[in-house]
Every structure is written in structure tokens, then in C-alpha cells.
Design a protein around this ligand. Structure first.
Ligand code: COA
Length: 335
């Protein structure tokens, strides 16, 4: 009975932003592109690239430790670790288990969630449900990606968009009237052809037959940008309106929207459709590009630490990504 009345509230946030900066000017030397084109079509000026040898779990651990510090909790307090990522260190064990070991969250159950760029909101939903149903008191939710490792650096249509990074939040059970007010997820696999990975498995001769290892291609992503753009704006608007309705919150009450950072034109189109003033929209795309599952928690940490959120503020997070997947959450801020 107690569990049914509980909510999950955000206790702390953290992020890891790789030091190495790759500017649009740098990319002009890699592919046939220009700073003017990238800026006008996407809003991106530069992105961060992980140091060679740095894995997703390393960045996730740095973000997680910052989030735990601001929550004033220890890793040993965590009951659950959920990582949204499309670039786990390896297929298995999960990035979350590697992370759990790195930070010493030895009591936690750990798992990855694969939902394209929606990984963080999907992971947040998993943790929210675990807390609400009484399975966890404290949960770590991470979005972390080393996209530079899966980028086709000869494809100007995608390589200019992506960056690396990690973000994390700590959720705790509360009986207060704050925290996650609503969270909703959607997917439609019939649009899977708009954004997908081409990976080693496609070169495999078949189950039980060893592939020629020297012929394996690295895993990289393929995208139909124009179709994805249109679908994204529709999906983002639909899920936002539904999430607000379920939370009983009007657009005019939103204090801050932290959307997935894929393209500034997508973000602006969404804000315009919602009738939300751009000063209520938090963007980091100009600095970090699209960091997939990491983009929302990275931006959220920056917004929170930069004084853009106060207790009782109504925060909207909204995302879309490969799958297609999309989702949104309305959170009453609590720190
Ligand atoms: N630099 C210069 N020119 C480029 C370029 C680049 N980096 N990338 C593509 N172009 C060219 C194309 O070849 C095309 O040339 P053409 O007209 O001679 O054929 C032209 O620019 C227009 O390409 P198009 O793909 O129609 O551009 P666009 O306005 O749709 O912008 C994206 C491309 C990728 C920026 C945009 O479609 C987008 O952001 N889509 C959504 C992507 C997304 O959100 N992905 C992540 C999902 S989580």
C-alpha cells in the first residue's frame, strides 16, 4: 500500500563531458562539408570525442559518481542501476554491470536498456516503475555513449551530427507530492529503416559457422535524415501533449523543457508547435551535438547546476530515436 503511493524523485544529477573538442572546421578536413552548412542545418558548432581507450562505462562511472555526490548517497545505497546506451562496452556483460563494479554499487540489480536515442527516458521509466512498485528505494539512471566509435567518418550526412558523453540521475523513493508526475514511452518498429546500425553480424555466414574475422566491418549507423526529421517532430509533439495531459499540466506551466538534442530545427519546430517560448527550452546541441541517450541527462545536469531549475519547477523531458522509439516525462523538480 505504501509502495503504491510512492513516487520517484530526482535526488542528484551528474555528467561526464570528454575534453577533446571536434569543431565543424575540423570536420571540413574530414568530409566535404562546411561550418556554415552544419550550423544552419543542425545548430551544431562542435562536439566532444572520448579519449582513445575510454569506454562507455568509464564515462558512465564519472557521471554516476557526480550524481551520487550531489544526491549525498553512496554507490552501496543503490538497489538498481539502469543504463540507456547503444554503445555498450560489449554485448555482454551489460554496460550497467560493468558500471556497477566500477562504482561499487554491489547491492544493485543492473541492466542496460536499448532504445536508440530514447535510452535515457526508457531507463528512467524502468527505474520509476521499480521505485513505485516497491522494488527499489534508490536507483541510478544513466545515458552514456561513445558514438565516435560507431560513426562512419566518410558519411557527411551522419558524422557531423554525433558526439560522445554521459549523464546520470539518482532517483529515490518519496512520499512527497514531487518527483516524476508522468512518463510515457512509445515505439514503432515499422520505421526501423530510418535509422539503424550495420554491424559485424551482417557479415556472419550463419549460426554455428565462424566468420572470417578479418572481413568483419566495424559497426556504424545509417540514417534517412529527412524522413526522420518529419517523423521526429510529429512524435515529439504527440507524446508531449499526452504526457502533459496525464500529469494534469498545461504547456504554460512548463518551467523548462530539456529535449533530446538531435537538431536545433527539430527542437525549435517542437517548441513552436507547443507554443513554448524558446527561453524555456534548454539546448546544448551547439556544444555537444547529438550524444544519443546521453543528451538529456547531460543537458539536465548543466541546467540543474546552472541554476535553471528550482524546487516545484515543472520539467519536461522529451525524446525520440532509432526504433523508432519516443517518450516523455513530466517531473516536478525536487532539489
Ligand atoms: N555538409 C554539406 N552538405 C551536406 C551534408 C553536410 N554535412 N550532409 C548532407 N549534405 C547535402 C546533401 O548531400 C544534399 O545535397 P543535394 O541537395 O545536392 O542532394 C543537401 O545537403 C541536403 O541534404 P538533406 O539530407 O536533404 O538535408 P537536410 O536539410 O534534411 O538536413 C539533416 C540533413 C541530417 C541535418 C537533417 O535531415 C536531420 O537532422 N534529420 C534528423 C536527424 C536526426 O535527428 N537523427 C538522430 C535521431 S536520434
Amino acid at each position: 500500500m505504501l509502495a503504491e503511493m510512492s513516487r520517484a524523485k530526482v535526488m542528484g544529477t551528474g555528467s561526464y563531458i570528454p575534453e577533446a573538442v571536434l569543431t565543424n572546421r575540423d570536420l571540413e578536413k574530414v568530409v566535404d562539408t562546411s561550418d556554415a552548412w552544419i550550423t544552419r542545418r543542425t545548430g551544431i558548432k562542435e562536439r566532444r570525442i572520448a579519449t582513445e581507450g575510454m569506454n562507455t562505462s568509464d564515462m558512465a562511472a564519472a557521471a554516476a559518481l557526480e550524481a551520487l555526490g550531489s544526491a549525498e548517497l553512496e554507490a552501496g545505497d543503490l538497489d538498481l542501476v539502469v543504463v540507456g546506451t547503444v554503445t555498450p562496452d560489449r554485448q555482454f556483460p551489460s554496460c550497467a554491470c560493468v558500471l556497477q563494479e566500477k562504482i561499487g554499487a554491489l547491492r544493485a540489480a543492473s541492466m542496460d536498456v536499448s532504445a536508440g536515442c530514447s535510452g535515457f527516458i526508457y531507463a528512467l521509466s524502468v527505474a520509476n516503475n521499480a521505485i513505485r512498485c516497491g522494488e527499489a528505494n534508490h536507483a541510478l539512471v544513466v545515458g552514456a555513449e561513445v558514438l565516435s566509435g560507431v560513426t562512419n567518418w566518410t558519411d557527411r550526412g551522419t558524422c557531423v551530427l554525433l558526439g560522445d558523453g554521459a549523464g546520470a540521475v539518482v532517483l529515490s523513493r518519496t512520499e512527497d507530492d514531487t518527483g516524476i508526475r508522468s512518463i510515457h514511452l512509445r515505439s514503432d518498429g515499422s520505421f526501423g529503416n530510418l535509422l539503424y546500425s550495420v554491424d559485424q553480424c551482417e557479415d556472419r555466414p550463419g549460426p554455428g559457422v565462424l566468420p572470417d574475422m578479418s572481413a568483419l566491418k566495424p559497426y556504424y549507423l545509417v540514417m534517412d535524415g529527412q524522413k526522420l526529421f518529419k517523423k521526429a517532430v510529429e512524435c515529439l509533439e504527440e507524446i508531449t501533449l499526452w504526457t502533459l495531459q496525464r500529469a494534469g499540466v498545461d504547456v504554460s506551466e512548463i518551467s523548462l523543457m530539456v529535449p533530446h538534442q538531435a537538431n536545433i530545427r527539430i527542437i525549435n519546430a517542437l517548441a513552436q508547435r507547443l507554443g513554448l517560448n524558446t527561453d524555456k527550452v534548454y539546448t546544448t546541441i551547439e556544444k555537444y551535438g547529438n550524444t544519443s541517450s546521453a543528451s538529456i541527462p547531460m543537458a539536465l545536469n548543466e541546467a540543474a547546476k546552472g541554476g535553471r531549475l528550482a524546487p516545484k519547477d515543472k520539467l519536461l523531458m522529451v525524446t525520440f530515436g532509432a526504433g523508432l522509439t519516443w517518450g516523455a516525462s513530466l517531473v516536478e523538480w525536487s532539489i
